[in-house]
Design a protein. Structure first.
Length: 138
């Protein structure tokens, strides 16, 4: 089994409030298009979420994505379509990531249970303000 990679929690400021959250460095690739972003690890999210503008930057065409994905919570009123693209988390090998590509622009990239947690195990270290990822054995 590969060694895990440890990541610090990242301090973010939103609406005047500071929060320390589990963000991961992510490189997304779709054809010749590549984008480096930070993705929020959300253990309560059912699916991975990709914001609209990022999908366009990766060369995806909204009208070509025909699988509709229902969203809940804050994104329940947003339309989303399935999009599978290659992603590299940290220094791990590239994997295929299935996203609910939402037409919302006010959302971060989110890692949820489908399919991020099918690819990685996560261990949180509360007293160290860090977390570690381990690839799942397949």
């Amino acid at each position: 089994m590969l060694n895990g990679q440890r990541f610090p929690f990242v301090e973010r400021n939103s609406s005047g409030q500071t929060a320390t959250l589990p963000y991961l460095p992510l490189t997304l690739r779709n054809g010749n298009n590549r984008q480096k972003v930070m993705a929020l690890l959300d253990t309560g999210a059912s699916v991975n979420v990709l914001p609209y503008e990022l999908g366009l930057q990766l060369g995806a065409v909204w009208e070509n994505q025909t699988v509709q994905i229902p969203l809940s919570g804050n994104l329940a009123q947003s339309e989303a379509r399935g999009l599978v693209i290659s992603g590299t988390v940290g220094d791990f090998s590239p994997i295929l990531l299935a996203f609910a590509w939402t037409n919302s622009t006010d959302v971060p990239v989110i890692f949820g249970h489908m399919n991020f947690f099918a690819e990685f195990n996560v261990c949180f270290y509360r007293h160290e303000s860090a977390f570690e990822l381990f690839p799942r054995n397949k």
